[in-house]
Design a binder for this molecule. Structure first.
Ligand SMILES: [Zn+2]
Length: 454
C-alpha cells in the first residue's frame, strides 16, 4: 500500500507549510501554516482545502511559527477534530501566537471596513481570536525525541531542529516508509538556540530550503547591530526594529544587553519591547531552560534590558518620548501588528532608522523596505521612506545552504529521494542542484498542489 505526500503549501514558497500524508484510508497533516506575503499567496488561505478537514485524522506541528501553525483555527472551524501533536514548548508558543493571529485578523478586517478600502464589503476575518482559542484544546504534547502514535499504525518522533523554542524535525513511519521532515532548521552557530539533532535514517527526506541559495556572512548580530543603533542614537533618531516575537526579539534583546554592558551603546538609551507576545515569549524562554543556550541569569538580563510595553495606550505614548530610542515591535516582516504604527510615525524623518532583522518574504512590507523603495503602503496610505533602512545579514533562525547540506550529509545512509520545499524558486532549485551534484542523491522540487508517491 503506497504512501502519498500532497503539497498543500510550503512548496515553491516559504509560507503556508501543509503536507498531507495519506495511506490506507487514513491521513494526517504535517504542519498547518498560513500563507503570507504576496496577496496571491494570502488569497490561498481562503481557498477550501482539496480534502475535507473532518477526514484528516491528526495534525503534527514541527513548530509554532504561523507559517507552520496559523491555519489551524480555520481547519478546526471547518470541521477538523483530531489531535494536534506538538512539543511542549511549541504548544506554549502556539497558545500565545494563535489567539494573537486571530485578533490581528479581526482588527485588520474591522480597520478595512472602517476605512472602506476593502474591495469585498464587508471584509471578514479569516478566523477570530475565539476560533484560535478553541483550536488550542486539540493540542497533545509529546516530549522531544519520544516516540508516539498519531494514528493507528503510524509512528512518529520529533527531534530538535534548533530554529526556535520547541522547533522539531519529524520522523514519520507509515506503510513501511520512513519519511523525514526537516521542519525549519536552525543554524548550528545560533546565538540562542542549540544545534539541530543529527537526522535519523529515512527513505524520503522533505527538506526546507529558505536559504538554499545563500550562505550567511561570518558577522555576528552584536557586531552588525551595535554601529547601526549607535549611529541612529547619535543623530537623535529612533530605531524601529520589526521583530518576530519568538526568537528574534530575544536575540536582539540579548545583543542590546551585551552592547550596553560593553559600553558600545549608551546605558541610558531607552529600549522598548512593544509586543505583549514577544514579552510572553521572553518569559517562556526562562521557563524552558535547557532547550536553548541562555542560562537563568542571561534570561533575566534580556528581560531587564527593555521597557516592556503591554497596553495600547503605553504603545502610543512611546511616540511622545523625545530623544533617541529603540523600539522593538512585531511583526518581523511588518505584515501587521504594532510595528505598523511605529513605522508610520517614524519613516518620514531621515534621522530615524528601520532595522530589518531577518528573512523578508517577497511581497511583505519588510521586503519593500529592504529593496529601498521610496514609499511604503500602511493602512491604505503611502508613507514616504526617508529613514535609513538597515538589514541585518547575520540575524537568521535558518540554516544556510552549507548548513543544510551538512545536515543532509549527516544522514546515516542515502535516502531514495530528497524533496526540496519551503523556499523561493531560486533557493529551492539551487539546493536541489547541490544535492544532486555534491551528494549524488536524487532530489526534486515539488510543485504546489502536487502529490508524491513515497
Ligand atoms: Zn519557522
Amino acid at each position: 500500500m503506497s504512501v502519498h505526500i500532497r503539497f498543500l503549501g510550503g512548496a515553491g514558497t516559504v509560507t503556508g507549510s501543509k503536507y498531507l500524508i495519506e495511506h490506507d484510508g487514513q491521513s494526517l497533516l504535517v504542519d498547518c501554516g498560513l500563507f503570507q506575503g504576496y496577496k496571491q499567496l494570502r488569497l490561498r488561505n481562503r481557498d477550501p482545502l482539496p480534502v475535507l478537514p473532518n477526514r484528516i485524522g491528526a495534525v503534527l506541528l514541527t513548530h509554532a511559527h504561523l507559517d507552520h501553525s496559523g491555519y489551524l483555527p480555520l481547519l478546526h472551524r471547518e470541521g477538523f477534530h483530531g489531535k494536534v501533536w506538538a512539543t511542549p514548548a511549541t504548544r506554549d508558543l502556539a497558545q500565545i501566537l494563535l489567539p494573537d493571529s486571530g485578533h490581528i485578523q479581526e482588527e485588520d478586517a474591522a480597520f478595512a471596513n472602517r476605512k472602506g478600502f476593502s474591495k469585498h464589503a464587508p471584509a471578514l476575518p479569516l478566523y477570530t481570536e475565539e476560533d484560535a482559542l478553541k483550536s488550542l484544546k486539540l493540542f497533545r504534547t509529546v516530549p522531544m525525541r519520544e516516540a508516539f502514535e498519531p494514528l493507528r499504525g503510524w509512528h512518529a518522533r520529533f527531534s530538535s531542529a534548533g530554529h526556535i523554542l520547541g522547533a522539531a524535525s519529524l520522523l514519520l513511519e507509515v506503510g513501511g516508509r520512513r519519511l523525514l521532515f526537516s521542519g525549519d532548521l536552525g543554524r548550528p552557530d545560533d546565538v540562542l538556540m542549540l544545534p539541530p539533532d543529527p537526522p535519523p535514517a529515512a527513505d524520503v527526506v522533505i527538506c526546507e530550503s529558505t536559504y538554499g541559495d545563500r550562505n550567511h556572512p561570518q558577522e555576528d548580530v552584536v557586531a552588525e547591530l551595535g554601529p547601526a543603533l549607535a549611529r541612529a542614537a547619535a543623530r537623535g533618531g529612533t530605531a524601529v526594529v520589526p521583530v518576530f516575537a519568538v526568537g528574534r526579539a530575544q536575540e536582539i534583546l540579548f545583543a542590546i544587553h551585551q552592547l550596553k554592558a560593553s559600553g558600545q551603546l549608551p546605558h541610558g538609551l531607552p529600549v522598548y519591547l512593544d509586543s505583549p507576545m514577544a514579552i510572553e515569549s521572553t518569559e517562556l524562554f526562562c521557563q524552558h531552560l535547557g532547550e536553548h543556550r541562555l542560562n537563568a541569569g542571561q534570561c533575566r538580563d534580556i528581560g531587564h534590558v527593555a521597557r516592556m510595553v503591554r497596553s495600547v495606550e503605553e504603545s502610543k505614548a512611546i511616540a511622545r518620548q523625545h530623544g533617541p530610542k529603540v523600539i522593538l515591535a512585531a511583526s518581523g516582516m511588518a505584515t501587521g501588528g504594532r510595528v505598523l504604527h511605529h513605522l508610520a510615525q517614524h519613516l518620514g524623518d531621515h534621522r530615524n532608522m528601520v532595522v530589518l532583522t531577518g528573512y523578508q518574504a517577497p511581497g511583505t512590507r519588510g521586503a519593500t523596505l529592504a529593496a529601498g523603495h521610496p514609499s511604503l503602503r500602511i493602512h491604505g496610505q503611502d508613507m514616504p521612506v526617508r529613514a535609513e533602512v538597515v538589514q541585518l545579514t547575520s540575524a537568521s533562525a535558518h540554516a544556510d545552504s552549507n548548513q543544510l547540506m551538512a545536515w543532509l550529509k549527516a544522514l546515516p545512509s542515502a535516502p531514495r529521494r530528497v524533496l526540496v520545499t519551503h523556499g523561493d524558486m531560486e533557493a529551492s532549485d539551487r539546493l536541489r542542484h547541490r544535492i544532486e551534484t555534491e551528494l549524488r542523491w536524487q532530489a526534486l522540487v515539488p510543485e504546489h498542489g502536487s502529490t508524491w508517491l513515497a
